[in-house]
Design a protein around this ligand. Sequence first.
Ligand code: SF4
Length: 436
Amino acid sequence: MWPYLPELLAVPVPRYTSYPTAAEFGPAGEDDFLAALDSANGDVSLYVHIPYCHEICWYCGCNTGAANRQQRLASYLEALQAEIVMVGNRLPAGARVRYIAFGGGSPNAIAPIEFVRLVDALTLAFPLVDPVISVELDPRTLTEPWRDVLGHVGVERASLGVQTFDPAIQQAIGRVQPVELIERATDMLRRAGVTSLNFDLMYGLPGQDLERLLSSVEMAARLGADRIALFGLAHIPSMFPRQKKIDGTALPGPRERFKMMQAGYDRLLSHGYDQVGFDHFALPGDPLSRAALSGKLHRNFQGFTDDAAPVVIGMGASAISQFPHGIYQNEKAAGRYRTMIGEGVHPTMHGIARCESDRRRGRVIEQILCHGRAAMDVEVLQCAMPRLQPFLDARLCHVVDGQLILTSDALPYARGIAACFDPYREKSTRKFSSAV
Ligand code: SF4
């Protein structure tokens, strides 16, 4: 059993899908992005963002809007195609693309033929080398034509937003999708050739208790998900006004959330899943499990990944691009994004240059979260020490020969320990989700 130490979980911390985090972004522009792009060489991955969904879930913290106006969708896709050409034309000759991820929103909020057109545009604009293609999908809008297109394009990896199989909790979070619908979606994706299928599940949902969480975990394992991401609900209605529809009085408290995380972890391991990072699980043989076991796990804006590319280029409104020396985000509002693309301007709006100190600390944070241990120099360790001391005192980690090693009890505290190496947290008042 993990020790429950609420004082070490009290401060909300980032999920560290990048370092520095998006909270540190300031104004940035086309010149910053293009200078970073010009230095890209070797493996480059692509991320394509579709910020639309047919139905908006109440808990959602993503940048997404309702896909209910055909004209709006069509002009967004036109702009996205233009950005693909703009970036592809500029990419240096030494770059090669081995991973492409489609996310959102829900990529399957667009018509299947539009998805084919996007893949065609990427094929023409970028040097693709037999890329692994992954897609986030909403099972409620996964149709037979979508299955055909995914099979035709050769999508190997897919992620379904499941969250819970419990009908009453589905009502309480504004996402109703009967188990038969998930079964059908799973079957379709397998027939389409998807070999690595992820289910997102959540704990800390309104009205959820241990039994209801575990029954969803059981169902996910029974349906054969290759990967499961088990997240705690981040309920921050001040940041995400749509969450005001959720009854805050029905949410489990911190101790219950902690117990749910532990119970979900135990149950998934008992079903043969391997632990990946602090909140992912994968069946042995899945590329994510192999990456975790071989020390080749990474973390980027898509979460834990086996993708080692040092450059990820994000395209679409709000998409984030990561380079060794900088992180840049496109304009978030789809309307302004379209206008900038229409004017022939790359839509970079925010970002941060990564100095040498950022890169050093970023490596430490990534290693802590991916591998539960990190080598570091004396300066980085000393700087972290005042905030790290309580975790050392609680025997959640120790330092041996300049290496920080987390103990087996430290999993729920991993983000908190990583945050000790993030000096931006000392002055930032930005709100994050709770550590568990
Ligand atoms: S389907 Fe996913 S992205 Fe769309 S509203 Fe629901 S949670 Fe958000």
